[in-house]
Ligand binder design. Structure first.
Ligand SMILES: NC(=O)c1ccc[n+]([C@@H]2O[C@H](COP(=O)([O-])OP(=O)(O)OC[C@H]3O[C@@H](n4cnc5c(N)ncnc54)[C@H](OP(=O)(O)O)[C@@H]3O)[C@@H](O)[C@H]2O)c1
Length: 392
């Protein structure tokens, strides 16, 4: 497992504390004692009752600085696809079990949003994870209008007016079944509400104890600076992976300068970078939004598969998969980066977490980066209607 030099859990006594916490947590979570005890004997894996090795994340990272800081597992979990936007998904019972398996494996950052469903993803998180609220961080997002508060309702535009943020927070706290939101993001900028007013509203909610920290998605460096001056920002959550490197221009530098964390969403480009998608993959089922994304149209997929070939080439000689190469590339970019891949499968969760078992030199990663950068990517990441809602 990569030992992050800046990482508190790389210190043996902190690791012991972490393992003790895992043990205590394991008891609370109903994890077999044999599993928890064995964690103290093995550094990176534990053994379940069925003697199957399972990955356990020992590495944490810190998003944000000072009073805005939040320590989380080096890889988080994006819950969205468990019932929204990623095609068919297993039943709720299976997803709750998988969420518990993620906690059991040391994941402490779980991401959702009011708009996923809307509402049903937060409800799933509440049902699955509220019992762990003192051990994990549940993050959620506001920013859209839901006049009727109906499931499957299409949002009527963005809305970050203070009264709407407050209304959403009250409703989200109920759905999530928690007393405070560890990190509350603005999902998309509202051009009608100055960002200072948004930051001021979140600051008030923090003072009231309803929210602990503040984040923003898909905003410009200038917006980040303005917001941060009112309420220190813990993390920026924007799309970032080998096929979308725009944040490198202005966003990562401003995060570095101001001590803000960065949470890449869709870190394996909605499954594409794993190699499990080809031009025949059917995105028409359920609420899968890939059917309208330009990069998921058959011709774009056919052309862009050259990128997956590079990831496979990189992984083949190093014993890792394309998904692990894509996540590993993100993780090595900076210690304040915490990707949040989503999955509905235990095997994929474990594959993704095992990324932390591997470490390669900066030279090797830059060779992969250069090989991918040589390929012309076909298709925009968003259709024009959604591109209008992002600032870069
Ligand atoms: N702030 C924002 O605007 C925003 C926007 C989008 C997403 N997000 C957040 O980011 C999270 C993740 O994003 P995402 O779901 O769009 O994209 P993603 O994590 O890049 O990809 C998820 C997809 O990849 C597949 N997958 C995962 N691991 C795999 C593996 N090892 N091998 C093969 N396939 C694998 C999953 O299918 P299986 O179920 O088959 O594994 C799923 O379809 C979301 O849950 C959400 O929390 C935020």
């Amino acid at each position: 497992m990569i030992e992050d030099q800046n990482n508190e859990n790389s210190n043996p006594s902190n690791r012991r504390n972490f393992l003790k916490n895992v043990a205590l947590f394991g008891a609370a979570a109903g994890i077999p004692t044999v599993l928890v005890q064995s964690c103290t004997e093995k550094k990176t894996t534990s053994v379940s009752e069925s003697e199957k090795d399972i990955p356990l994340i020992l590495q944490s990272r810190t998003l944000g600085r000072g009073s805005a800081a939040m320590e989380v597992s080096a890889l988080g979990f994006g819950v969205m696809g468990m019932n929204y936007h990623r095609g068919p998904f297993p039943d709720k019972k299976a997803m709750i079990k998988l969420a518990h398996q993620a906690v059991e494996r040391g994941v402490t950052l779980f991401d959702t949003a009011e708009t996923y469903g809307p509402f049903i993803n937060e409800e799933l998180v509440g049902e699955a994870l509220s019992q762990f609220k003192n051990k994990i961080a549940i993050t959620t997002k506001f920013g859209f209008n839901y006049a009727g508060n109906k499931i499957n309702e299409t949002p009527a535009g963005v809305n970050s007016r203070p009264e709407r943020i407050r209304e959403m927070v009250e409703a989200s706290l109920k759905r999530l079944n928690i007393d405070t939101i560890e990190l509350l993001y603005q999902h998309r900028l509202d051009p009608n509400v100055p960002i200072e007013d948004v930051a001021g509203t979140v600051k008030d909610l923090i003072a009231e104890g309803k929210v602990k920290r503040f984040g923003l998605c898909e905003v410009s460096a200038e917006t980040i600076r303005k917001a941060h001056a009112v309420q220190p920002v813990t993390a920026i959550q924007s799309e970032y992976h080998l096929m979308w490197r725009e944040p490198e221009k202005e966003i990562l530098p401003v995060c570095e300068e101001l001590g803000i964390g960065f949470v890449p969403y869709s870190p394996i480009n909605r499954g594409f970078l794993t190699g499990s998608i080809n031009e025949y993959t059917d995105f028409t089922l359920g609420s899968d939004n890939r059917k309208i994304l330009p990069r998921f149209q058959p011709e774009a997929i056919r052309a862009n598969l050259k990128i997956v070939e590079e990831l496979n080439k990189f992984g083949r000689t190093r014993g890792i998969t394309a998904a692990q190469a894509a996540l590993g590339w993100l993780l090595q970019k900076a210690t304040y980066i915490v990707p949040i891949p989503g999955t509905t499968k235990l095997s994929h969760l474990e594959e993704n977490l095992r990324t932390l078992d591997f470490t390669f030199s900066a030279q090797e990663w830059s060779e992969l980066e250069a090989a991918v950068a040589n390929i012309t990517i076909i298709g925009d990441r968003y259709p024009a209607s959604e591109q209008k809602q992002v600032q870069n």
